[in-house]
Design a protein around this ligand. Structure first.
Ligand SMILES: O=C1O[C@H]([C@@H](O)CO)C(O)=C1O
Length: 586
C-alpha cells in the first residue's frame, strides 16, 4: 500500500505558492483549474519485459563479455510520469549467474521488497527464472537502475530512469530540449577476475579503468592489442554525439554509475548551470565543470551560445584518484556541422585530480532551491558516527565501519525479520561510534584487524537519525580516498562537510539547517567528514553503502531496519534462498 507523503503534492504545492500575489478570487479560480485539470489525471502503468544476458560487446572498441538488457548496454531508459507504476519482468538468461536489479533513487514506499538488493530485500533471481518488479515512481527527477548482485554492475547492467512531472505543471527552470547522458568506467578484465582479485589473500585491486564511457561509448587505443579483439573502426565505439541548435538551451541530465571513478564533466567552452541533484531542485549555480560521484545524478542547463562553425568536446576526467585512464569524450555537434567531425581543439583535461578543496567547495555549493526547501527536523533522535577504514579480516583486505566489515546473510534481512528467522543474522547491534577522542585519522590504523558481521542498525520507526561518515587514512601511508555513500529507501539532508576529524561537541553547531539539499548519494571526501540526517519513515530494510562496487564487495556498507512490523505479507517471489527456502510457494 502507498502511504501519502507531503512531497507527493510538491508540484501542485509549487503552483499554489506561485499565486501568492494574485487577488484571492483569482487565486481560487486558478487552483480550481489546476486541480480540475490534474486531479483527475490517471497514473499510468509501464510494463516492460527484459531479458538479461551475456553478450560480446565492444563499447570502447575492445571486445569483452558484457551484460545486456534486451541486447543493449546501457539498458533502455525508463521514462514515466510522477505516480506511474513500473512493472518489469526480468528474465535471467545469464545461464550460470544469479541476478538482482536495484532502482536507484526510487524509495520503494510500500514496496521495500522490490528494492532489488540481493541479500537485503530479496533472494537472487536464479538463471532461467523470471522475476517481476512492480513499484511506483513517486517523485519527478533523474534516477537510474543497475545490478545489485556481485559485481555485475561493472559488466554493463545499468540504465537511466526519468520521472516527469505531471503534464502541464511548470518547472522551476526553462529549457528548449531535454537530453540525458550516463557516465561509466570500463575494464577489460572480466568481473570474475576483478572479484577474485578482491577476495583473495593475495589481494589484487581492480586498478584504474581502461576507458570512460559516455552513453556506453568510449575509445581505447588498440595499437598495442592483438588484432581481432580490439578494432577502432568498430561502429559500436563511435563517440556519442549530441546535436544542438545555436541559441537554444538544453537540460542535460547526467548520471554517474561508475564502479570506481569520481568524474569531472565538462562541455568545452560552455558554462553549466546546476539545477537538479538526485531529483531535488538546486539553488542554481554556474560551473565550468562538474564533479560527479558514482550514484549521483544532476541536471545542468547549458546554452548553445558558442561559435557555431565547429563542434566541441564533452570531456570526462577522473578526479580524486591518480588518473591512469584517458579522457572520456563525446561530441557536441552544432547543427549543421557534420555530426562526427572532430572539434579542432584538444579535449579539456579537467581540474587537478587531487584538489580536494575544489571538490569540497563544489559539494558545499549544492543547496536547496529557495522555492523548494524541505526543511530538516532541527534535532535528531540518534547519531551514528561511522569511521571508514581499510582493515584485515583473517588476512583478507576489507573496508570496515567502526572496525566491522559487512557480510551479506544467506537469508535476506527483510525475510528474516518479517518471518522471525532471527538465527539468520547476528542479532548484536553494531557499534554506534568509535574512539574519536584518541583516533588519529591521518595515520595508518594501529590495530588493522576488523570483525566480519551480518549485524544491522535497527531504527525507531519515524525517528530522526544522523549519520556522520568519518574518513581516515587507508592502510597505505598518506592516502585517504573519496567514497560516494548511497542510501536505499530514503533521501537524506546533507547537513555539512568538513575536513579533519568530526567533533560531536562543536561541528553540529555548524550544520546547515536552513537550505540543505536532499540527496540519496553523497561524497565523503579524503580525510573529511560528511553529516546526513534522515527520517526512518519507510518500513523496510535498507542498505547504506559505498557506491564503489569493489568497496561494497569488500564490506563497506551497513544496513538499517525500520518499521518491518508495519509491513503486510511479503510477496513469496522474493523468497527461496537460505532459510526462506521453505517459505516459497509456487
Ligand atoms: O580498496 C582499495 O584497495 C586499493 C588499495 O588501497 C589497496 O592497497 C585501492 O586503491 C582501493 O580503493
Amino acid at each position: 500500500m502507498l502511504q501519502s507523503r507531503k512531497e507527493d503534492l510538491i508540484w501542485p504545492k509549487m503552483e499554489a505558492s506561485r499565486c501568492v500575489g494574485l487577488a484571492a478570487p483569482l487565486q481560487y479560480l486558478f487552483l480550481f483549474i489546476i486541480f480540475a485539470t490534474f486531479g483527475s489525471v490517471q497514473a499510468n502503468t509501464h510494463h516492460q519485459k527484459w531479458e538479461v544476458a551475456y553478450e560480446f560487446r565492444s563499447p570502447d572498441c575492445f571486445q569483452k563479455l558484457a551484460i545486456t538488457i534486451n541486447g543493449r548496454t546501457p539498458g533502455p531508459t525508463i521514462v514515466a510520469g510522477q505516480g506511474d507504476t513500473i512493472v518489469i519482468d526480468v528474465k535471467n538468461r545469464l545461464l550460470t549467474e544469479n541476478l538482482a536489479i536495484h532502482w536507484h533513487g526510487i524509495r520503494q514506499i510500500g514496496t521495500p521488497w522490490y528494492d532489488g538488493t540481493e541479500g537485503v530485500t530479496q533472494c537472487p533471481i536464479v538463471p532461467g527464472e523470471t522475476f517481476t518488479y512492480r513499484f511506483v515512481v513517486d517523485r519527478p527527477g533523474t534516477y537510474m537502475y543497475h545490478a545489485h548482485y556481485g559485481m555485475q554492475r561493472s559488466a554493463g547492467l545499468y540504465g537511466l530512469i526519468q520521472v516527469l512531472p505531471p503534464a502541464g505543471m511548470a518547472e522551476l527552470f526553462t529549457y528548449d530540449y531535454d537530453r540525458s547522458i550516463i557516465l561509466n568506467d570500463w575494464w577489460h578484465k572480466s568481473t570474475y577476475e576483478q572479484a577474485v582479485g578482491l577476495s583473495s589473500k593475495d589481494f589484487t585491486f581492480v586498478g584504474e579503468p581502461q576507458s570512460l564511457l559516455i552513453n556506453g561509448r568510449g575509445k581505447f587505443n588498440c595499437s598495442n592489442v592483438r588484432s581481432g579483439v580490439c578494432n577502432e573502426t568498430n561502429p559500436e565505439c563511435l563517440p556519442y554525439v549530441l546535436t544542438v541548435v545555436s541559441g537554444k538551451t538544453y537540460r542535460l541530465r547526467i548520471a554517474s554509475i561508475t564502479s570506481l571513478s569520481a568524474l569531472n564533466f565538462e562541455i568545452e567552452g560552455h558554462n553549466l548551470t546546476v539545477v537538479e541533484a538526485d531529483g531535488y531542485h538546486v539553488k542554481p549555480f554556474v560551473v565550468k565543470n562538474l564533479n560527479i560521484y558514482s550514484g549521483e545524478t544532476y541536471s545542468v542547463l547549458f546554452k548553445a551560445d558558442q561559435d557555431p562553425s565547429h563542434n566541441y568536446w564533452f570531456a570526462v576526467n577522473v578526479v580524486s584518484r591518480k588518473p591512469n585512464t584517458p579522457t572520456g569524450t563525446a561530441i557536441l555537434n552544432y547543427y549543421p556541422n557534420p555530426p562526427r567531425r572532430l572539434p579542432p581543439t584538444m579535449p579539456p583535461y579537467g581540474p587537478l585530480w587531487n584538489d580536494t578543496m575544489y571538490q569540497l567547495n563544489q559539494s558545499n555549493a549544492i543547496r536547496s532551491h529557495p522555492d523548494y526547501i524541505h526543511p530538516p527536523p532541527l534535532t535528531s533522535d540518534r547519531m551514528i558516527l561511522l569511521l571508514n577504514t581499510q582493515n584485515f579480516v583473517d588476512g583478507y583486505l576489507k573496508w570496515a565501519l567502526n572496525n566491522v566489515t559487512f557480510t551479506l546473510p544467506h537469508t535476506p534481512y527483510l525475510i528474516a525479520l518479517k518471518e522471525k528467522l532471527f538465527h539468520g543474522f547476528d542479532q548484536r547491534p553494531p557499534p554506534e561510534t568509535y574512539d574519536y577522542k584518541n583516533y588519529d585519522i591521518y595515520a595508518i590504523q594501529k590495530n588493522q584487524n576488523a570483525t566480519a558481521s551480518t549485524s544491522i542498525y535497527r531504527l525507531g520507526f519515524n525517528s530522526t537519525v544522523d549519520v556522520i561518515l568519518q574518513n581516515a587514512n587507508t592502510k597505505n601511508p598518506n592516502n585517504s580516498e573519496t567514497h560516494p555513500w548511497h542510501l536505499h529507501g530514503h533521501d537524506f539532508w546533507v547537513l555539512g562537510y568538513g575536513i579533519g576529524k568530526f567533533d560531536p561537541e562543536i561541528d553540529p553547531k555548524r550544520y546547515n539547517l536552513v537550505d540543505p539539499i536532499k540527496k540519496n548519494t553523497v561524497a565523503l571526501h579524503p580525510y573529511g567528514w560528511t553529516a546526513l540526517r534522515f527520517q526512518a519513515d519507510n518500513p523496510g530494510v535498507w542498505a547504506f553503502h559505498c557506491h564503489i562496487e569493489s568497496h561494497f564487495a569488500m564490506g563497506m556498507g551497513v544496513v538499517f531496519e525500520e518499521g518491518v512490523d508495519k509491513l503486510g505479507k511479503l510477496p513469496t517471489d522474493i523468497m527461496g534462498c537460505g532459510d526462506s527456502k521453505y517459505l516459497k510457494r509456487p
